[in-house]
Ligand binder design. Sequence first.
Ligand SMILES: [Cu+2]
Length: 367
Amino acid sequence: MKSNRTITVIVIGAVLIAIGVVVGLNARWLPVQASAESASVDSLFNFMLAIATVVFLIVEGGIIYSIVRFRRRAGDDADGPPDHGNTALEVTWTAIPAVIVFVLTIYSYKVFVDIQSPQDNETVIGVTGQQFQWTFTYPYESFADLTPEQNEMAKANMISNELHVPKGRPVRVEIQSRDVMHGFYIPEFRIKQDAIPGHITTTRFTPSAVGEYAVVCSELCGEGHAKMSTINKVFVEEPDKYDAWVTDLRTKARQAATDPRRPERGKQLMVQKYPCGSCHTLTDDGLTGTVGPSLNGIATRAANNVDNRLTNSGVKTAEEYIRTSIINPGAYLVPGYQNLMPKNFGDPAIMPEDDREAIVNYLLTQK
Ligand SMILES: [Cu+2]
């Protein structure tokens, strides 16, 4: 009798574990794997899923079995028998999960350390989170014929709102935030890392599948948070295509260094570096935000003092008005809009003067 029951338990246990393994090996719930790291993250996930399947079947199966087997029969009004615990059972249901948690801790720590260990020849890309878009900063090599100041300026312009990464080369990203916490998340890479104001956090990945994926923000960061996950894309490219793209960026950075305040540069900055498009519409620049007023025709509205905007903000010219709108948004609020524009564009560490003047010069062309 007793050995019969032992055999039944062993058989049921073996069947449940077999089901767990089949589910764990066959689950295809996650997006495509586009980085070398995604395979180990997915194996860990599927291992946990296999264990969870077995636990789920034991618990739910036990409940269903008990409901049927011990249900109240017709005419039975007695209380159930009193029961005062079962030490062997309690030790078992504490010991087994303890072992499972211990194994998972070791396994996931190993996966984490493997992903985070430095590799040779890492391409280092800067990631900056801000309300409400990401900006990426690429490695810079100085131009011999530029002055040190011009080289500094060109270096500061090695930026884009597109994340281009070379297939098969290890990448290290150094992540920072200009305002609040954001979460740098690329589901296809299985990479997620917080962007924390005042800190630089790093993470690593080696892209493995050519393609175009979304860069998501995983931290609710304000009004335009949802937009943040639609604006920026990561492009995994063959290494020579990636190199050509960076060289092209370097050429543009050089132009910026020699004539930093040209309107065309302001046009680029409003898309590539600053999050203006998450709040403003500006057709000439392809911006479609709706949190703030449209900037179409801003130069004409300012020059004509529409709604007394010059008078009320205490300035005389359209140029001064646009500059003031950027560095001190509260000075005058466009009717119908709240004081939601970032307050830190007046800080040269956030928006260098040359950037600001390029944007002012560009907006002055929006008649
Ligand atoms: Cu965000």
